[in-house]
Design a protein around this ligand. Structure first.
Ligand SMILES: [Zn+2]
Length: 75
């Protein structure tokens, strides 16, 4: 696998949707290629960050619904 291949499949890899053969190729490449290792780390952290923010947004949406409901109960 080449760096360009890694770039192309990085999202599938992080989603766990890469076939086991390709995943092995990728892991072997990343072991030897610090650039791709760093790229994967950044993407992984970015996804975690986005997911945490999404969870927070969902929570506040639920809170908004609850607030709206209790406001309606008051009026
Ligand atoms: Zn590489």
């Amino acid at each position: 696998m080449l760096c360009d291949d890694v770039k192309r499949v990085i999202y599938f890899f992080l989603d766990g949707q890469l076939g086991s053969n390709k995943q092995q190729d990728l892991t072997q490449h990343v072991d030897r290629c610090p650039d791709c290792g760093a790229r994967i780390n950044i993407q992984r952290r970015l996804r975690m960050f986005v997911r945490q923010r999404l969870i927070r947004i969902t929570a506040s949406d639920r809170l908004k619904t609850r607030l709206a409901r209790s406001l309606r109960a008051l009026t």
